[in-house]
Design a protein around this ligand. Structure first.
Ligand code: AMP
Length: 282
């Protein structure tokens, strides 16, 4: 695996590959890799000739400075995992490399309501920062395909929208959520859960699985009410629990109103924000 810290070195190799019609697959991450990230690398490996992974803990998408400083960093382990999956290139830029002083890298796109609810409402500025870095990385790597996790459902919907606005023809491949054996969605933040909270955290996926079953026979209102009742636990704090259209990320009030519905939720347990979602139908 080749490791590049500088854009120009990375682009030199990518341009050479592109001239030989090599299909480039790109997996952007913030590191602290787990099986969820690795599933994206595997998907890229299967359908592309050259697999590029980036690890960059993007400061502009953290609205909470404490959250940024305690974000787990496990670079040596990450490199070993990537080598094991036969990743071709790791792009490991510095903050100055991504955000140089002499160019405007701010996000020019307005995503409207889809970025204002759920994560957008609870983490002001988060999606601007995320869009800023993904746009920059897309322009640097110019991949044929970008691989993103369903785990961050709202994020990948916004990236899809942004790529339309950017008029680039990179294909976005959404990969399924990888879960722990007990159902908890894998996340770099799970390491911060105490053993008791780790056990309790299964309540989130259980609630979503039950809601999906309930949605086969009940009204949306009833599905939501039962789910919120289940999550009404003294050690859980629900940031949001929304049933939205999977493409427009607009809340729906009746399953009849859409052809694609997904439940998105974030629950805080012991102060750790845990995101999860489930596609009901699409
Ligand atoms: P992050 O490093 O958290 O920014 O995530 C990088 C990519 O990995 C994003 O596209 C995430 O959606 C994806 N990802 C994170 N956790 C999982 C998971 N449990 N299953 C599948 N993809 C995931």
């Amino acid at each position: 695996m080749k490791v590049f810290e500088k854009i120009k070195d990375l682009q030199h190799l990518l341009n050479e590959s592109r001239s030989k019609n090599v299909a480039i697959g790109f997996v952007p991450t913030m590191g602290a890799l787990h099986k969820g990230h690795i599933s994206l690398i595997k998907a890229a490996r299967q359908s592309c000739d050259l697999v590029v992974c980036s690890i960059f803990v993007n400061p502009t998408q953290f609205n909470d400075v404490g959250d940024l400083s305690k974000y787990p960093r496990t670079i040596e382990k990450d490199k070993r995992m990537l080598i094991e999956e036969e990743t071709d290139i790791l792009f490991l830029p510095s903050v100055e490399e991504i955000y140089p002083k002499d160019i405007d890298t701010t996000n020019p796109y307005d995503f409207g309501k889809m970025a204002e609810i759920m994560e957008g409402a609870h983490r002001p500025g988060h999606f601007d920062g995320m869009a800023q870095v993904v746009a920059r990385l897309l322009r640097i790597v110019e991949p044929h395909k970008i691989f993103m996790g369903q785990k961050d459902f709202q994020q990948q919907a916004i990236v899809r929208k942004m790529m339309e606005l950017m008029k680039i023809d990179t294909e976005l491949i959404r990969c399924p959520i990888i879960r722990e054996p007990d159902g908890l969605a894998m996340s770099s933040r799970n390491v911060h859960l105490s053993p008791e909270n780790r056990k309790l955290a299964t309540i989130i996926s259980q609630t979503l699985f039950e809601a999906k079953e309930n949605a086969k026979t009940m009204t949306l209102k009833k599905v939501k009410a039962l789910a919120l009742e289940k999550l009404n636990h003294p050690d859980c704090s629900v940031d949001y629990f929304e049933i939205v259209d999977a493409y427009t990320i607009t809340p729906i009030s009746d399953f009849e109103d859409t052809s694609s519905a997904v439940i998105c939720t974030t629950v805080q347990i012991g102060g750790i924000r845990l995101l999860d979602n489930i596609i009901l139908f699409e």
